[in-house]
Design a protein around this ligand. Sequence first.
Ligand code: FAD
Length: 405
Amino acid sequence: MTERDVLVIGGGPAGAAAAIVAAEAGARVTVFEKGLPGRDKICGDGLTPRAVAALDQLGVDLGDAHRIDGLRMVANRTVRQLDWPGIPPFPAHGAVWPRRRLDLRLMELADKAGAELRWEHEATPVLDGRRVVGVSANGQEWRGDLVVVAAGAPGAVARLLGAERDQREPFGLAIRTYAESPRHAERYLEACLTLRDESGTAVPGYGWIFPAGDGTVNIGVGALSTMRGFKKLNLNRLQDSYRSLVQESWGLGPDLERPRAWRLPMSTVRRHGPGWVAIGDAAGLVNPMNGEGIDYGLESGMLAAELFLEDPITVPVRYDRIIGERFDAFLRTGRRFSFLIGHPTLLRTGLRFAVGTQGIANVTLQVMGNLVDSSTPGVGGVTMRVADRLLGLADPVLRATRAAA
Ligand SMILES: Cc1cc2nc3c(=O)[nH]c(=O)nc-3n(C[C@H](O)[C@H](O)[C@H](O)COP(=O)(O)OP(=O)(O)OC[C@H]3O[C@@H](n4cnc5c(N)ncnc54)[C@H](O)[C@@H]3O)c2cc1C
């Protein structure tokens, strides 16, 4: 049996961020990743300014990423090209960084910081009563003061720890592929907010083209579970119909790989317990308003490691409290919002308003990107305060009248 300080299950952005911070400070860290180096993650590869700030904090050089200046919102015939606002502490730019390269870079940094990387190791928490005391993988056992669960959307590890998705809360599904495009070097993400399913029902979600700057674009669609008929929604067909919409304007070549779908967890019933914390997707930390989770993975990973360095014993309880203070209100508002836009009429009306003028569309971008909170001065902050309050009051009605079948 091997003794370590921190054992991290999962080598995505969340796990790597925790490992970098803990190892840099001298903790003995092992990361278990079931995939091989360079493994892919189904993702849009989009980094908001918030995610860029988190990468900066980790000391990651973004030279290999494609810089992005803003977002082009498309809603039927309305097109709004918006620059990232540059509201401190976030920079005025985002990026697109294909996950094969981003995740490998982060793991390389973890390695450089002194963490031990165990590729092709599928890890399982080891319990002593209710307390997680280590992990087992590939027939070996490791003991550690803290087990950081960074295993992505809940699966076997979450089931073992009772940390699954909260069934009462919404979640998302999204699909993506890559294609070559002459517009691959553009500096704006593009999002189409007016998707419809085969029966013509408005889909709460969006279709995206994210230029990667390497000859290719990432193209995909995502939908929230709050829509009527969600269980029957065929993501492949939704992807095909979005593709045909943008095929000509983006000069898209054939798909470079089969479109692949994955879950976007937006809640968890538990994100800590004796000896362990969950971070990133494993903690349900995905923004319901835009499906982004890389930033929350990085931030929660760094936080878990910082708290460990302060006091290894009390990490789980302090982590749960601080992560709650930082994200719970925003994510709760986002989930309530997703119930609201599950109703096609409200979605259509809301969208008309959200992109109605350039000024309102800018606020929509700030709110959706979690670049403002209710304490930020200006219209964005006021919007968050009002949305928090109103959606909170409407919560019981929203749940009782949810559109999803
Ligand atoms: C189609 C799609 C598009 C998206 N687009 C964006 C986007 O543009 N921007 C954005 O910010 N977010 C996006 N997201 C969300 C984003 O991909 C996730 O939020 C992010 O990957 C979460 O990082 P993580 O480190 O928590 O988990 P992951 O990236 O899922 O990493 C978890 C890792 O754990 C490993 N693992 C799992 N179980 C074990 C085990 N038992 N032992 C060892 N290893 C294990 C897995 O192999 C994996 O490498 C998208 C998601 C989808 C599905």
